[in-house]
Write a protein that binds this ligand. Structure first.
Ligand code: MLT
Length: 324
């Protein structure tokens, strides 16, 4: 993809200077737009990297799936045709099963809980698994956010209200099982197709974090927002494992320093955009409901019964009860 786009320094063509240092431009894939909470983190990282490297390394951002859908972007980093990207974790489960743990509904109580788990040995273990299995290196556990449901049919207050609604999930069997347990007709669909599917009525419903719903202007094609907060979605900032392995130790430390610098900036932007979103979406005409979440929690219990053995009972319990 990158070669077809004529990108300058991507994958195998990464120039390494005589002194073994990386020199050139990084291609960075984003699923959202300029100014989105993903982009704020990516840009903080890129600016810091350019500063730390005295201009030796620059970063070019490709917005709104310009380099492909999220699964294709992870694949691109795996085969080293895309240098870096931020995606949600949903499609990563297709490469490493254990990442489906993040699709388990109501696993985390709040942002602090999720951050504490991601920044702990549990996050480190998943980082190692992705590198070993798919040769993709996570540099920072950035945030996609708590996800909420939107639809074009009716206000949602209880799971019964989802009856007969055609609902798009990410490409994850855990998500399909969750929305089926809630009573919707769940169908997986890649992210770049979702807006058009909602616009054309192929799908009635989707779910995403509030900053995303604003960024992609879902209020243009959806009338109702239900604050279901049914799952916390991480947004790991990743790079091609081949590129990472080709860096000198000094350069790896510099990339990591830039990522560590960007992480709190991204999480703060995500939080701020989330705080402002409901008012924005109401002003754009969406009707907002606050469903009875106990009913939703109860309805999704079978998802845990089915998936806990496969995803690791110990990991799930450790994450659920993590001190925060
Ligand atoms: C999705 O619903 O596919 C993702 O949440 C999109 C994203 O990563 O922003």
């Amino acid at each position: 993809v990158a070669a077809a786009l004529g990108l300058s320094a991507c994958g195998d063509s990464v120039p390494i200077g005589d002194d073994g240092q990386f020199e050139g431009n990084i291609t960075f894939s984003l699923a959202l737009g300029d100014g989105s909470h993903h982009h704020v983190g990516a840009k903080a990282f890129g600016d810091k990297l350019t500063e730390l490297s005295d201009g030796r390394i620059t970063v070019s951002y490709y917005y709104d799936n310009a380099l492909g859908g999220e699964r294709e972007v992870v694949e691109g980093m795996l085969i080293d045709s895309i240098d870096m990207g931020i995606t949600s974790t949903g499609p990563i489960g297709g490469f490493v099963d254990e990442f489906f743990v993040f699709d388990l509904p109501y696993l985390f109580e709040n942002h602090e809980h999720a951050h504490a788990v991601l920044d702990s040995e549990i996050g480190d273990e998943l980082t190692d698994l992705l590198k070993e299995t798919a040769n993709v290196q996570i540099l920072a556990w950035m945030e996609n956010g708590f996800r909420h449901q939107t639809n074009s049919v009716r206000p949602i207050n209880t799971p019964e209200d989802l009856e007969g609604i055609d609902h798009r999930t990410q490409e994850s069997q855990v998500q399909i099982d969750t929305w089926s347990a809630l009573g919707a007709n769940a169908t997986p669909m890649a992210w770049p197709e979702v807006y058009t599917a909602l616009q054309q009525g192929v799908m009635d419903s989707q779910e995403n974090p509030l900053p995303t719903i604003v960024d992609v202007r879902f209020f243009e094609v959806q009338d109702y927002l239900a604050l279901t907060q049914h799952v916390y979605s991480p947004a790991p900032m990743m790079m091609s494992g081949k590129l990472w392995d080709s860096l000198s130790e000094e350069d790896q430390a510099m990339f990591q320093e830039a990522a560590d610098y960007a992480l709190p900036i991204q999480r703060e932007a995500s939080y701020e955009q989330e705080q402002e979103a409901v008012a924005t979406l109401e002003s754009e005409g969406m009707e907002v409901t606050e469903p009875d979440l106990d009913l939703f929690r109860e309805a999704v219990e079978p998802v845990y019964e089915k998936w806990a053995p496969q995803l690791g009972e110990d990991r799930i319990e450790a994450a659920r009860n993590f001190d925060h």
